[in-house]
Design a protein around this ligand. Structure first.
Ligand code: ADP
Ligand code: GN1
Ligand code: MG
Length: 361
């Protein structure tokens, strides 16, 4: 199949031995372009992950790569003495000019990671054990990065989780209605407007800034094929200063419902309490001693808020004519928005019980 990019040409700029064999598009991310690339190294086929950073969204790719270099180096030092250390952290492959990235003739920034074998990601959660493992890995990730030396990391996307600003962007897109689609999303728009008051809650709570991942989707953690253990947190583009709750909230969003993010049958979308319990226990097993009592008390609410926030981002993009997230069918962003809002409702209904559980852990 014809690829969107000349990956073979890109490969020549990286310190990879052996012969280039083949490349294929990989993963289900909404932003970057990811390829799995095979090389023949002495008769063995060895895989690498190549990624083109979407510079329409990440406007400062060099600053982003500086963050990724600092974060991966810090994590590598933390896991150095653990068994299988090389599979516990992403490893960048250097470009031939010594930098960690290559800029092609079109101005695209590329990076290469060593492929983590015998582990995989899942787009939808299958068991409470997986939820526990994912949350523990993300909690451990936050804990390991708590002592990242200064300076402060770059903000790769400013105000990424500033929910009130996300809401303002929705209102702007609604007022402009450039694609004439507001009429197709009346119930969703009404839902968003009714929930406006939750947007500012975390920002008003005076919580501490930490180094956070900010995109803790379930498919951004690799689970070991043999043990099921959460071995490596990936997708580091949005690692930057943030609130711990942004990470826990996105875990609730992506790891408690059995349905995919774009499921059309909304009856399948529901916050499964045992998954939430596994997430809370997994996350706290690793990160509890880093958290303040206030942060802990907001864990259930953060799930509702971040699900709402991503929901309004999908709705905004639908209204704007699908300019941000990759889509694969008509109405894709509206479908995604609907699953998010259904999940918000499900969390709202169970919030008291979720709060009781967290207080008891
Ligand atoms: P996106 O930003 O597009 O989501 P990711 O960095 O999450 O990109 O990568 C997309 C997919 O590629 C992941 O879900 C994972 O399955 C796979 N992947 C990414 N990095 C690696 C790696 N180092 N080893 C093995 N698989 C990887
Ligand atoms: C995007 O790149 P990916 O697919 O992991 C988005 C996240 C959203 C997510 C929704 C930089 O993540 O913020 O939560 O889609 N990343 C960016 O699935 O906007
Ligand atoms: Mg990803």
């Amino acid at each position: 199949m014809q690829l969107k990019h000349d990956v073979r040409a890109v490969a020549r700029h990286f310190e990879i031995v052996g012969d280039y064999l083949a490349a294929a598009s990989y993963g289900s991310g909404h932003i970057n372009d990811t390829y799995c690339v095979n090389f023949d190294q002495g008769g063995q086929s060895v895989r690498y992950i190549f990624q083109r950073i979407n510079h329409n969204i990440f406007k400062t790719p060099v600053a982003l790569m500086e963050n990724v270099q600092r974060v991966t180096a810090h994590l590598a030092a933390k896991v150095a003495d653990e068994p299988g250390a090389s599979r516990r952290v992403l490893t960048l492959v250097s470009a031939r000019d010594g930098r960690a990235w290559h800029v092609d003739a079109e101005g695209n920034h590329w990076r290469v990671y060593v492929f983590i074998e015998k582990a995989r990601t899942f787009d939808a959660v299958e068991s409470a054990g997986q939820a526990f493992q994912a949350a523990r890995a993300f909690g451990q990730f936050q804990k390991w990065l708590a002592d990242l030396p200064a300076p402060r990391l770059h903000d790769t996307i400013p105000d990424f989780h500033h929910t009130p600003k996300r809401f303002a962007a929705l209102e702007k897109a609604l007022a402009a209605d450039v694609a004439n689609r507001a009429k197709l999303a009346r119930p969703e728009i009404e839902f968003a407007l009714r929930h406006r008051e939750i947007c500012g809650v975390l920002l008003a709570a005076g919580l501490p800034e930490r180094v956070t991942h900010n995109d803790t989707k379930f498919n951004n953690v690799m689970l070991d094929d043999a043990t099921g253990q959460g071995i490596c947190v990936i997708d580091l583009d949005t690692v930057m200063p943030g609130l711990a709750l942004y990470d826990f909230g996105d875990m609730v969003r992506t790891t408690t419902s059995p349905a995919r993010e774009d499921e059309r049958d909304l009856s399948k979308v529901t916050m499964q309490f045992p998954m939430f319990e596994a997430l809370a226990r997994g996350y706290l097993s690793a990160a509890a001693d880093c958290l303040t009592p206030a942060e802990k008390s907001f864990l259930p609410f953060s799930g509702m808020l971040i699900t709402f926030e991503i929901g309004i981002r999908f709705l905004t993009d639908f209204l704007a004519g699908d300019v941000y997230f990759k889509i694969h069918r008509e109405g894709h962003n509206l479908d995604r928005c609907r699953t998010q809002f259904k999940l918000v409702e499900s969390i709202e209904q169970q919030e008291p019980e979720m709060n009781r559980l967290v207080a008891a852990i």
